[in-house]
Design a protein around this ligand. Structure first.
Ligand code: AMP
Ligand code: MN
Ligand code: MN
Ligand code: MN
Length: 277
């Protein structure tokens, strides 16, 4: 089987992306993508919306990127091919939405303590019907002229170790993999080199991931070095993990990422697409 043009990781307005699910699909088609997984953070609402769209023009894979906790660190796990009507997953995501609402109140309180205006209503407005997260606070800061870029907002207020990075009890890595598996999905470790971990630490994460039933790992995404890529291919091979890849696209205004744009895999062996199509 020839691999189709694909992208297995991207975001819409259902979480912190700037395109609606329909706009996202249109852009993907424009970029020549044949198989697209929509993987919004901790929600399936974008995927659910697209079910009602007839003649999408590409094959849509139901996905979500779940926030997980491993040894007090935050790890992202993409679930691919999940049943978006799974009761277990829907209940899980409803709880997550509440957790994120409570967290947003605490983020706003912390930012006020740091001398910023109350950004809660602005951030909620920007998130709209989508799941709320730190990027919506970053956008609210830009709108109020507090910072000029989202990167700056994270660096000063919202990123790891900053006061606006409110620590909450995200579900454990094991729980996240369990709920993806229960919903018939494949658990994929997202962007492994983006956690600012040593490869030794990363190997410990991957060991837990595999023991808990994780099946695949992203080995190609924008911003990674060829060295990282080969390292990840080796780790995938050692752990019998299938390979996945995606752009993690959020918005057209980030010129360095676009749908379908990531270093291509040289081989189609062990590709997660074979298990999804
Ligand atoms: P949250 O889900 O609320 O924890 O927010 C995490 C999201 O924030 C990630 O999915 C990224 O889209 C975004 N993000 C994380 N770190 C940065 C950063 N340093 N600069 C810009 N965006 C970031
Ligand atoms: Mn994001
Ligand atoms: Mn992520
Ligand atoms: Mn993502």
């Amino acid at each position: 089987m020839e691999l189709p043009n694909y992208d297995l990781h991207c975001h819409s307005t259902a979480s912190d992306g700037s395109l609606t699910p329909v706009e996202l699909v249109e852009r993907a088609i424009g970029n020549g993508i044949e198989v697209l997984a929509l993987t919004d953070h901790d929600t399936l609402s974008g995927v659910a919306k697209l079910q009602n769209e007839k003649c999408l023009g590409l094959k849509l894979i139901s996905g979500t990127e779940l926030t997980a906790q491993w040894n007090r660190r935050v790890i992202h796990v993409v679930g691919l091919g999940v049943d978006f009507q799974s009761e277990a997953l829907i209940t899980y995501l409803d709880n997550l939405a509440k957790l994120r609402q409570e967290r947003s109140v605490r983020i706003a309180e912390q930012l006020i303590k740091m001398g910023l205006p109350d950004l809660l209503e602005d951030a909620k407005g920007i998130a709209g019907e989508g799941i709320i997260g730190r990027p919506h606070f970053a956008k609210a800061m830009i709108a109020q002229g507090v910072v000029s870029t989202e990167q700056q907002a994270f660096k000063q207020y919202l990123g790891t170790g900053k006061k606006g990075d409110i620590k909450i009890e995200w579900p454990s890595l094991e729980r996240v993999i369990e709920v993806i598996s229960q919903a018939g999905g494949i658990a994929v470790l997202a962007h492994p080199t983006k956690y600012k971990m040593t490869f030794t630490k990363l190997r410990a994460v991957i060991k837990s991931f595999v023991e808990a039933g994780g099946k695949a790992i992203e080995v190609s995404y924008p911003g990674m070095t060829p060295d990282h890529h080969y390292h990840l291919l080796r780790i995938a091979n050692e752990n019998n993990l299938m390979l996945s890849a995606g752009s993690d696209f959020h918005t057209p205004s980030q010129g360095w990422t676009d749908l379908g744009k990531f270093p291509p895999l040289k081989s189609k062996d062990n590709h997660v697409l074979a298990a999804l199509l």
